[in-house]
Design a protein around this ligand. Structure first.
Ligand SMILES: [Ca+2]
Ligand SMILES: [Ca+2]
Length: 376
């Protein structure tokens, strides 16, 4: 497998990147990392590393692939349920169980159609590779479904994150481009959910006593495409907001993050949405973007390869075709870097060696897996 380095992009790119409005855009040749192309996928959506250094990669149409970065081998994984991948639908996130070493459990999310309506589902199965290399998820069970399923195929969200203690599974449900469900206590849409690892609502969720669906942890969200815990156990979430309103939020139990009642952006049809304001009863984002970045994936970086970025959030930018870094300081967050990657970036992951791994969002030959390593 050839690893093509992109570090030597022409210096001309500096002159061409005339985006003077955004001082945080770093010209390509100034990137403080080397970019290597590792592989190519067909509209990849998410990835996660196995303990042995291989990776599970999901593709939009419904394939999960076991990929070996050591030799470039790709093995399709059997056992994935039927995915409805129309529109923004996809086989979405994939995350290992905190007890993977013992039970080989793999959690994943996907959009599906049932009785003409669509929604995002959460499933788990056990990773199994036979001696001939054949690989499958055994005993796949759908353990949670968003509620309600609705028409349309946008804003599923579907990101998964385990709490650092391994006891809880946090799952995002987008508002499905229906707006009001994000404020509806009886709907899981537009919410961050806290579940037990078996998919049932966790006991003690903060709004259950107020009559909310018991799985709900926080509400008033739009399209939540990133979810990550930091080293101190804070839960960070990134969401695709309306026009001019992309957000990074610090998620706290029971809080209302405002959508669609308030947002620093406005509706795509031009209607205004009141901005977040002190005392309005809604939790404001820690960072918001206008112009937007279209955040696709979120990583909390804890590796050693880039010591200066330890403790930062990294966001893959879709329409902005960028990699975005957000600097954290306790509960504070601020924009730090935005590098032009020349392609929509869907996923950001940390490798076993602390390298940053990205997945581009495009179809074949435009859905590359990139590895970012320090410029030595
Ligand atoms: Ca991932
Ligand atoms: Ca606004």
């Amino acid at each position: 497998m050839r690893h093509i380095t992109l570090a030597a992009l022409p210096l001309l790119l500096i002159a061409c990147s005339g985006d003077g409005a955004n001082s945080q855009t770093t010209a390509a040749a100034e990137k403080p990392f080397k970019t290597s192309v590792i592989a190519d996928f067909d509209s990849p959506w998410a990835m996660t590393f196995l303990p042995d250094g291989r990776a599970l990669v999901t593709e939009k149409a419904g394939e999960m692939i076991l990929f070996d970065p050591g030799n470039g081998t790709k093995i399709p994984i059997a056992g994935i349920p039927k995915v409805d991948s129309a529109g923004q639908g996809a086989l979405m996130d994939v995350v290992l169980s905190p007890t993977f070493a013992r039970d080989k459990a793999v959690y994943f999310s996907f959009s599906e159609e049932r009785d003409g309506l669509k929604g995002v589902a959460l499933a788990k199965g056990a990773f199994h590779q036979a001696s001939d290399g054949t690989t499958k998820l055994d005993g796949v069970q759908i353990i949670f479904r968003a509620s309600p399923y609705v028409e349309g195929d946008g804003h599923y969200s579907g990101r998964i994150a385990f709490s650092p203690d391994g006891k809880y599974l946090f799952f995002t449900n987008g508002e499905r481009q229906k707006f009001d469900p994000a404020q509806d206590p009886k709907s899981t849409l537009g919410k961050v959910l806290r579940l037990n690892p078996d998919g049932t609502p966790a006991a003690g969720n903060p709004l259950a006593a107020k009559g909310f669906t018991p799985a709900i942890w926080s509400y008033g969200h739009r399209n939540l495409l990133g979810l990550a815990f930091d080293k101190d156990g804070r839960l960070w979430e990134q969401e695709m907001g309306p026009q001019g309103g992309d957000e990074v939020n610090l998620i706290k139990p029971g809080l209302n993050y405002g959508y669609p009642n308030v947002s620093n952006g406005s509706h795509y049809d031009g209607r205004d949405i009141p901005d977040h304001a002190p005392g309005d009863g809604y939790e404001a984002p820690k960072v918001s973007w206008n112009p937007v970045i279209s955040p696709g994936g979120l990583l909390y970086y804890s590796g050693a390869a880039f010591p200066m970025w330890k403790g930062s959030l990294f966001i893959g930018g879709l329409s902005s075709q960028s990699l975005v870094r957000v600097k954290l300081d306790g509960e504070k967050a601020e924009k730090a870097d935005q590098w032009d990657m020349g392609a929509r970036i869907r996923e950001v992951e940390q490798g076993p060696d602390g390298a940053l791994w990205l997945l581009e969002d495009g179809g074949k030959s435009q859905g590359r897996m990139l590895k970012l390593t320090p410029v030595s």
